[in-house]
Design a protein around this ligand. Structure first.
Ligand code: ATP
Ligand code: MG
Length: 556
C-alpha cells in the first residue's frame, strides 16, 4: 500500500493538515492513515471533548478540578500539539520557535511524561524531522513504539538505536572518535567522579585530562582512527605510546606528546625508557574505566572504527536516534555512558551552531528522559548553544530535588533555560511548592461578609403611664480585598490525574489534558537495520588491540 517514504510523508502531511484544522480531528487519528495505523489514536480525547462541553471551571474540587487557561499563542508557523485545555477544549500548540527555547517536563513516576514525549516524537517523525531520545529505562515497549512510528511513516532507514543491553539488535557508536582533542578528553573525564573539594583527586583529574588531550591530538594528527580498546592500551603501555609517537607527523601534536612522555622517561644503562609504574600511577584509574567500555556488550557497540551512528550527522540530516540506558541496576557504566552521550551532543551542537544558517537542521528535538540520572555539570551551555543550532531540548525529570543532586543550583539552571514548562502530578514529597512558585501568582478578590445584630428593650416604670420601647438593629457588611495567591496551588499539583498537566509557555498558563497514543495490540518488535560503513580513504584504523601481544611482550 505504501510505496516508499515519499508516499508515507504525503499521507502524513494530509493527516497533519486535517489535525491542525480542528481539534475534533485529533480524535479521528485512529483512522489515520486509513488502514495503515490501525488503532493508533486518541479515543480518550474525544471523551474529554464531550465532557468539557458540560463543564467549564471548577477550581475548588480537590480532584478533577478545571483551571482557567490562557488563550493560545497566536502564530502561523509550524508547531507541535501538546494537549487540549480542560476548560474550553482549546487546542494548544507549541510553536517551533518557542520549542527551540526548550521545554522542561516534570512529574512523579507513572503520570505521563514519557507518554507525552512519545506523542511529541510521533509528530516529529510524521513531519519528517529528526529527534534523539535518551531513555533511562530498559523499556522495549518505548523502543518498539518509536520503531513502529518510523515504519508507518516510511522512515525505517533513518532510525538508529544505541542499546548496550542488546548490542546485536542495535547500531554501533564510537563516542570518542569525533570532536576536538579537548572535547573528547573532557567527554572521557565524565568517567571519573567529580573531584570538588579534593585537591589530590583534582590533581589526578588534571593529569588524566592532559594525557588524554595529548594522546588524542596525536592520534588525530596521524590520521588514525581509534576506539576505547586502543585508548585503554595506550594508557597502560609505554611501547604503545612510543609507537604512537613515531607515527605522529612532526608538528605541535608530536612535540606535545614527546614532552608528555618525557616526564616519565628515566635514564638506564641501555638508554632511556618510560617508567611504566609512574605512568600507571597517573593514568591507571582512567585506563581501567576506559577498558570497561571496550569489553563485552559495551565493546560490541563501541569498539568500532567506522560507527553507524555519528551524532552530528544524525542531527544535521534530521534522522532519528533512540538511546536506551540501562540505569535501573544503578549501573554506573550506563550512567557514564549517558554523560558521554550528552557531552557528545554538546560537541555536535557547538559544531552545528557554527554552520551557515542554511545547513543547520530545521527543528531537531532532543528528549532527555530522566535527565537527572545522567546529566553532568556544565550542561547549562548546552541549552544556550542548542537554541541557535535549532535544537529543541526537552529534559524530563521527576522532581527538582533530583536535579539539585547534580549541583546545588542545577534546577535553577534548567528552569532559567527552559521557556516552556510542563508539570504533571507531583509526588507527596516532591515539593510542588517550587513548581507553584514558577507557575506564578494571580490576583483575586476575596469577599468578606460580616453580619451584626442588636436588640434593645427599655421601659420607664416610674411614670404613671409607663412607656416602653423596643428596638431591633441589624447590619450586614460586605468587603472585597485584593489578595495574591498561587495560580495553581501545591495541593492541586499533587492532586492532578494521569495525563493531566499544567503548562507554562512563556507567561501563559494552560491546564491541559495530554494525548496518549493507542498503539495496535501487536506491534512488531524492533529489528535493527545494520548499515555497512567504510573507513574513510584518508584514515587508518589503529588496531592496537590486535597488536596487543607485541606491546605486552615488549613491556614484560
Ligand atoms: N495522557 C494520558 N491519558 C491517560 N493515561 C495516561 C496518559 N499519559 C499516561 N497515562 C498513563 O500513565 C502510565 C504511565 O505513563 P508514563 O510511562 O508516560 O509515565 P512517566 O511519567 O514517564 O513515568 P516514569 O517516570 O515512571 O517513567 C501510562 O501507561 C498510562 O496508563
Ligand atoms: Mg518515563
Amino acid at each position: 500500500m505504501i510505496a516508499g517514504r515519499m508516499d508515507a510523508l504525503a499521507l502524513t502531511a494530509i493527516a497533519a493538515g486535517v489535525a491542525a484544522a480542528t481539534p475534533w480531528a485529533a480524535g479521528t487519528l485512529p483512522a489515520w492513515p486509513a488502514g495503515i495505523l490501525g488503532s493508533l489514536g486518541m479515543a480518550q480525547l474525544t471523551w474529554s471533548q464531550a465532557m468539557a462541553k458540560l463543564r467549564q471551571y471548577d477550581e475548588d474540587s480537590r480532584e478533577g478540578f478545571i483551571l482557567p487557561s490562557d488563550d493560545p499563542v497566536e502564530h502561523n508557523g509550524p508547531g507541535l500539539h501538546i494537549g487540549l485545555t480542560t476548560d474550553k477544549n482549546t487546542r494548544i500548540n507549541m510553536p517551533d520557535i518557542l520549542g527551540q527555547r526548550h521545554t522542561a517536563i516534570v512529574g512523579q513516576s507513572g503520570v505521563g511524561k514519557t507518554t507525552l514525549g512519545e506523542y511529541i516524537l510521533w509528530q516529529q517523525t510524521a513531519r519528517g524531522r529528526g529527534w534523539l531520545f535518551i531513555d533511562a529505562k530498559i523499556d522495549r515497549d518505548t523502543r518498539d513504539h518509536l520503531a513502529y512510528m518510523a515504519k508507518v511513516t516510511g522512515r525505517e532507514d533513518e532510525l538508529y538505536i544505541i542499546d548496550v543491553s542488546d548490542p546485536d539488535n542495535a547500531n554501533t557508536y564510537n563516542p570518542v572518535l569525533h570532536g576536538d582533542p579537548d572535547e573528547v578528553a573532557s567527554r572521557l573525564m565524565n568517567l571519573i567522579p567529580s573531584a570538588e573539594n579534593n585537591p589530590g583527586a583534582d590533581h589526578y583529574r588534571q593529569s588524566a585530562n592532559h594525557a588524554l588531550t595529548v594522546i588524542i591530538a596525536a592520534l588525530q594528527a596521524s590520521g588514525q582512527l581509534y576506539h576505547f580498546g586502543d585508548l585503554s592500551i595506550l594508557l597502560q603501555s609505554d611501547r604503545a605510546l612510543e609507537n604512537l609517537e613515531r607515527m605522529t607527523p612532526q608538528g605541535p601534536e608530536r612535540r606535545a606528546l614527546s614532552i608528555f612522555l618525557d616526564q616519565f622517561r628515566t635514564r638506564t644503562k641501555e638508554g632511556t625508557r618510560i617508567d611504566l609504574n609512574r605512568m600507571k600511577q597517573t593514568l591507571g584509574g582512567m585506563a581501567g574505566r576506559i577498558a570497561l567500555f571496550a569489553q563485552g556488550k559495551f565493546g560490541k557497540v563501541f569498539n568500532v572504527y567506522a560507527p553507524e551512528i555519528v551524532l552530528t550527522e544524525i542531527i544535521r540530516k534530521g534522522h532519528m536516534l533512540y538511546v536506551s540506558l540501562p540505569t535501573m541496576g544503578k549501573d554506573t557504566a550506563a550512567l557514564n555512558l549517558g554523560k558521554m552521550i550528552v557531552s557528545d551532543i554538546r560537541s555536535a551542537v557547538a559544531y552545528i551552531q557554527d554552520l551557515p544558517k542554511g545547513e543547520r537542521p530545521e527543528h531537531f528535538i532532543a528528549l532527555l528522559d530522566e535527565m537527572g540520572a545522567y546529566v553532568m555539570e556544565g550542561v547549562g551551555r548546552l541549552f544556550e548553544q542548542a537554541r541557535s543550532a535549532n535544537i529543541a531540548l526537552i529534559p524530563a525529570f521527576q522532581s527538582f530535588s533530583q536535579l539539585n543532586r547534580v549541583s546545588p543550583d542545577f534546577a535553577d539552571i534548567v528552569i532559567q533555560n527552559t521557556w516552556n514548562k510542563i508539570f504533571f502530578k507531583f509526588g507527596a514529597k516532591d515539593s510542588p511548592e517550587e513548581a507553584a512558585e514558577i507557575l506564578g501568582k494571580t490576583k483575586r478578590f476575596q469577599r468578606t461578609v460580616s453580619v451584626s445584630a442588636n436588640q434593645g428593650e427599655s421601659a420607664q416604670y416610674l411614670r404613671t403611664t409607663p412607656q416602653s420601647s423596643m428596638s431591633d438593629g441589624g447590619g450586614m457588611g460586605e468587603s472585597w480585598r485584593e489578595v495574591e495567591e498561587f495560580r495553581v496551588t501545591p495541593d492541586q499539583l499533587r492532586a492532578m490525574d494521569m495525563g493531566q498537566a499544567v503548562m507554562m509557555m512563556g507567561a501563559r498558563m494552560y491546564h491541559l489534558r495530554t494525548p496518549m497514543i493507542n498503539y495496535p495490540k501487536h506491534i512488531p518488535s524492533f529489528k535493527v537495520i545494520k548499515r555497512k560503513m567504510k573507513i574513510p580513504a584518508d584514515k587508518q584504523a589503529l588496531n592496537f588491540e590486535e597488536r596487543l601481544n607485541e606491546f605486552l611482550t615488549a613491556t614484560a
